[in-house]
Design a protein around this ligand. Structure first.
Ligand SMILES: NC(=O)c1ccc[n+]([C@@H]2O[C@H](COP(=O)([O-])OP(=O)(O)OC[C@H]3O[C@@H](n4cnc5c(N)ncnc54)[C@H](OP(=O)(O)O)[C@@H]3O)[C@@H](O)[C@H]2O)c1
Length: 276
């Protein structure tokens, strides 16, 4: 059997790190990219590469290094991402651009670089690590949720375009998962507040809300790596994957009852800010 090859972005931490290990353990050649290349796992079959998904030259070099080995590309796992949390009124335009470039545009541009090879092979999968935040939302994550909801639509459209070539584009929607994600998102929420911001109580309330939610539903990064592996190897892949029933139900509820979800979220937030 030919060697199976995966390109993974955001391989220096959390789910991307766990996925790098898991695919290598199953005998895949793993081209693993992140800015902190020194934090990417090492081992036979793992090729750590420096990658900034917001940088066009870096994206090109990453794919060139991977394709340069003359192998096929079975999967691109668009996993790199973070939460540029902060109130919409106060998040600067620079930060908005960085959020869109990292979570959405970078994934799309990398995909464009691997599709010609995949079309030639007449097989391949683009696996996009979105979030239940593609369906649900909380305050302060406005631009993060835009990127995840956008990624969902982008993936669905792409899927309709590439199925004719035997290719698929797939969305994974993790819920709260142990990683650096929450700390980074909440640090950003504080840093993005202006001095004497009227949103300070909301930022504190939202930190409490998200930390509480993540504690009750938390999956491990390894759990999600297994979901990626299922999406990469299942004979007939699905359009959406979830780790657990809670995540699936929450996303479905918000999709089917957007008004009820919105009023419920508003009520929770008003209680959190009133308690300050
Ligand atoms: N953890 C959760 O609760 C949760 C829930 C739903 C969805 N997600 C999504 O899951 C994905 C993985 O996050 P995680 O939870 O594993 O968080 P994490 O531990 O913070 O890992 C994020 C990874 O993304 C990489 N990254 C960030 N910006 C990058 C850039 N410009 N170029 C290249 N790599 C970049 C980081 O590497 P470097 O900093 O070294 O570049 C790191 O390896 C993200 O898309 C996140 O939005 C997370």
């Amino acid at each position: 059997m030919a060697k199976r090859v995966i390109l993974i972005t955001g391989a220096s931490s959390g789910m991307g790190y766990a996925a790098t290990h898991l695919f290598a353990k199953h005998g895949w050649e793993v081209y693993a990219g992140a800015r902190r290349v020194e934090k990417i796992p090492t081992g036979s079959r793992i090729h750590p590469l420096r990658l900034d998904v917001t940088d066009a030259a870096s994206r090109r070099q990453f794919v060139k290094d991977a394709l340069g080995d003359g192998l096929r590309v079975d999967v691109l796992l668009n996993n790199a991402g973070y939460g540029e949390y902060g109130p919409i009124e106060e998040v600067s335009l620079d930060k908005v651009h960085k959020q869109l470039e990292t979570n959405l545009v970078g994934a799309s541009e990398l995909t464009k670089l691997v599709l010609p090879q995949m079309r030639q092979q007449r097989s391949g999968r683009i696996i996009n690590n979105s979030s239940i935040g593609g369906d649900v939302y909380s305050p302060l994550g406005g631009w993060y949720y835009v990127t995840k909801r956008g990624l969902n639509v982008w993936s669905d459209v792409l899927d309709t375009e590439i199925r004719q070539f035997g290719l698929r584009s797939i969305i994974i929607e993790p819920g709260g998962t142990q990683s650096s994600w929450l700390d980074i998102a909440m640090d950003n929420a504080i840093h993005n507040l202006k001095p004497d911001s009227p949103y300070t109580p909301l930022a504190e309330g939202t930190r409490k809300l998200l930390s509480g939610m993540l504690k009750t539903t938390e999956a491990s990064a390894e759990d999600l790596a297994k979901v990626f592996y299922q999406a990469a190897t299942e004979r007939h892949p699905k359009r959406r994957y979830y780790f657990g029933l809670t995540d699936r139900m929450l996303a479905r509820f918000a999709r089917n009852h957007p008004g009820v979800f919105h009023e419920g979220m508003s009520l929770i937030v008003s209680r959190l800010t009133r308690n300050k």
